[in-house]
Design a protein around this ligand. Structure first.
Ligand SMILES: Nc1ncnc2c1ncn2[C@@H]1O[C@H](COP(=O)(O)OP(=O)(O)O)[C@@H](O)[C@H]1O
Ligand SMILES: Nc1ncnc2c1ncn2[C@H]1C[C@H](O)[C@@H](COP(=O)(O)O)O1
Length: 213
């Protein structure tokens, strides 16, 4: 047990919309705790760029790719006995992305059903313990759009702003209903990843939530 009373085998997941600051916070918290990270691979994703150019054609392929990647990561976390900070949850793939594309017609109903049944079958395995805490990052849409721009992934910058607006709204509704594990909501204006005290403050809250749950 560390000074934050977070068990060494804990799994902390950082959730939130694209560009909000998940990867950055994941790395900072893991560093502070001496935990391992589970990060999303954007550079080695063979479908992502194609997907941004043609949602309809590549939605299903991309969701299957992400599902496979997350499953491998879950297995790794399980086999290494936890002690991880994870960048994005599998709940967001299904509850935000796949659903949004199905609802807007850029993923067919049949593809969405196939995807959902595969997701359910995968979740019902021992490799899928719920996280101990899900840290939900939130902030104003203009600051998030600014971060997407500053990060500079051309495929995201070229995407119509309405896509990010719809995703932002879905996230706000989704977190309201989310109950798979305890949640710590964090506003991006209320912490500084470069300030050790700020990071410790977050970890103290995480420890408290785990103790109470
Ligand atoms: N706390 C922060 N303050 C200022 N900029 C940040 C902060 N966190 C992340 N960023 C910047 O915002 C952009 C998106 O962050 P990132 O961690 O990649 O987001 P996500 O993983 O949620 O998509 C990056 O350019 C990153 O450097
Ligand atoms: N499940 C997903 N479906 C579509 N797109 C996704 C999914 N998961 C992540 N993405 C995209 C969004 C971003 O362009 C990159 C990385 O996400 P980030 O929030 O920046 O870590 O992948």
């Amino acid at each position: 047990m560390n000074q934050y009373h977070i068990p060494e085998n804990a799994i902390i997941t950082v959730a939130g919309t694209v560009g909000v600051g998940k990867s950055t916070l994941t790395a900072a918290l893991a560093d502070r705790l001496g935990f391992k990270t589970s990060l999303e691979q954007v550079e080695h994703n063979p479908y992502l760029e194609k997907f941004y150019h043609d949602f309809e054609r590549w939605s299903f392929h991309l969701q299957i790719f992400f599902l496979a990647e997350r499953f491998k990561e879950q297995k790794r976390i399980f086999e290494l006995g936890g002690g991880f900070v994870q960048d994005r949850s599998i709940y967001e793939d299904t509850g935000i992305f796949a659903k949004m594309h199905a609802d807007q017609g850029t993923m067919s109903e049949t593809d969405f059903e196939t995807y959902t049944s595969l997701f359910k079958a995968m979740v019902m395995t021992p490799y899928f313990p719920h996280p101990d805490v899900l840290i939900y990052l939130e902030g104003s849409l203009p600051s998030i759009l600014n971060r997407i721009k500053e990060r500079g992934r051309e495929m995201e910058i070229q995407t119509d702003v309405s896509y990010w607006e719809r995703m932002y709204e879905r996230y706000s509704a989704w977190i309201h209903e989310f109950d798979a594990c305890p949640v710590l909501r964090l506003n991006i204006d209320d912490y500084d990843v470069h300030d050790p005290e700020s990071m410790s403050g977050i970890l103290m809250k995480v420890g408290e939530i785990i103790r109470r749950s």
